[in-house]
Design a protein around this ligand. Structure first.
Ligand code: ATP
Ligand code: MG
Length: 414
């Protein structure tokens, strides 16, 4: 019997939720499940806590209300109520068994049978439960061993399980990237390859969520390579071709001792072609902020080199902004991560972080005061002054800028 000694189990906020549920359903009516148990077993970080219970969703809501805990009906049809305890969310789901599935939607029925609930979960390492004392329950009998060995294996027959929900193809590679060791499970891989077609018809948000989680793994390269080999990558997320640059970026991040940057990794996989990345973002329904980041990071009109001078670098930072500059430096470096140019790239990154682009010391008001008629000429005059100012390396000198402005107005205004 394995006993988890995790701080989150003893946390008063967790205890309050378990107390509330057990007050209604008796001892043992609720258990921790899924990622929290798996990660506690592996000594990995636990972010969100899922709880499975024999109580119906209505009984869960009532139990939480009786304990003065806030309940949010997150997915009441699917049996999920989120409890907020001390500001922390707990997803509480009634034990379920599948009634029918069409690969995209499942009809579920509630049950009080823990083994049936385990049977509809995707991977053996995700079908683990722990009671409030931390004792691990493993209804499939192999979940603990698989988790410890890094074996991402389906609960039951892989093909059958994928036909119930094609998102499991994406989840297989995501969990392999995070928790897999060695070669992916062969039966699972073969099933993913054989049944990849319908992944293209899934809701784009569900696919992109799994993709971004996969890319946030410390080293997603082996999982991505397996996705490419099976043809899943081309069907699920067409347009991600540059596995070589992604690999380089992972090495650059390691050299920088930086956290995995899923957004930039996605950029690395795409081509330097903003219209293409915009189409990709649209198709996968990516958030607008990520769409814009990709477009800026993949704009080839501004080429960076490891030998550019600080002055040239400042010009580039001014033109594309600090964030896009850092992204472009890393993407360019990623093309040859182990070259002797690392110190140069690091210096450019440091410059981009510490140098905040200044604003032009003169404005439209100054242009008008100097005799420019209001209208399009104001912008033209300012752009001319700005070009000079950039060329002078952004002098913080309002008098010099005003003088230049005067000269420009004399020459440009009829
Ligand atoms: P993490 O939250 O760390 O990414 P997790 O294991 O908690 O990992 P979730 O996506 O939050 O993953 O799902 C919670 C649990 O619900 C899983 O562990 C699994 O048991 C089950 N589950 C989620 N999605 C599916 C699915 N499509 N098919 C079968 N079971 C699923
Ligand atoms: Mg989770």
């Amino acid at each position: 019997m394995i006993n988890l000694a995790a701080a989150w189990i003893a946390d008063p906020r967790t205890v309050a939720v378990m107390d509330a549920l057990e007050a209604a359903g008796g001892a043992g009516c609720a258990r921790f499940v899924g990622g929290a148990v798996r990660n506690a077993l592996l000594g990995a970080v636990v972010d969100d806590i899922d709880i499975a219970t024999t109580l119906t969703p209505q009984a869960v809501s009532a139990a939480l209300a009786a304990a003065s805990l806030r309940a949010v009906p997150t997915g009441i049809d699917h049996g999920t109520v989120t409890a907020i305890s001390g500001g922390r969310p707990f997803e509480i789901t009634t034990l379920r068994r599948d009634v029918s599935t069409d690969g995209r939607h499942a009809v579920v029925a509630f049950t009080d049978d823990w083994a049936l609930d385990a049977g509809r979960r995707d991977f053996t390492m995700n079908a683990l439960y722990a009671d409030r004392a931390g004792a691990v329950l493993d209804p499939t009998g192999v979940g603990v061993a698989d988790a410890l060995a890094g074996r991402v294996a389906f609960v039951g027959d892989p093909q059958t399980r994928i036909r119930e929900d094609y998102l499991r193809v994406m989840r297989f590679f995501r969990f392999h990237a995070w928790y897999g060791a060695g070669e992916p499970d062969r039966a699972a891989l073969a099933a993913c390859a054989a049944l990849k077609g319908p992944v293209a018809a899934l809701a784009a948000e569900r696919v992109s969520k799994e993709l971004m989680k996969l890319l946030a793994a410390q080293d997603p390269r082996a999982a991505l390579a397996a996705m490419a080999e099976t043809g899943v990558l081309a069907i699920a997320t067409p347009g991600l071709e540059n596995l070589g640059r992604l690999s380089g970026l992972v090495e650059v991040e390691a050299q920088l001792m930086a956290e995995p940057d899923a957004g930039l990794r996605l950029a690395a996989l795409l081509d330097d072609d903003p219209p293409a990345s915009a189409a990709f973002a649209q198709r996968l329904r990516l958030p607008n902020a990520l769409r814009d980041r990709l477009a800026a990071a993949l704009d080839p009109s501004l080429a960076l080199t490891s030998w550019m001078s600080p002055r040239e670098a400042r010009r580039a930072v001014y033109q594309i902004g600090q964030a896009a500059f850092a992204d472009r430096v890393k993407l360019t470096w990623a093309a040859a991560p182990n070259s002797a140019q690392a110190p140069q790239w690091r210096a450019l990154l440091a410059l981009g972080e510490t140098w905040t682009p200044p604003t032009l010391p003169v404005s439209g008001v100054d242009a008008v005061a100097a005799g420019t008629p209001k209208g399009p000429l104001v912008g033209a005059v300012l752009r001319e002054v700005e070009a000079w100012w950039i060329d002078q390396d952004f002098p913080d000198d309002r008098a010099a800028a005003a003088e230049r402005l005067k000269a420009v107005v004399q020459g440009m205004v009829p």
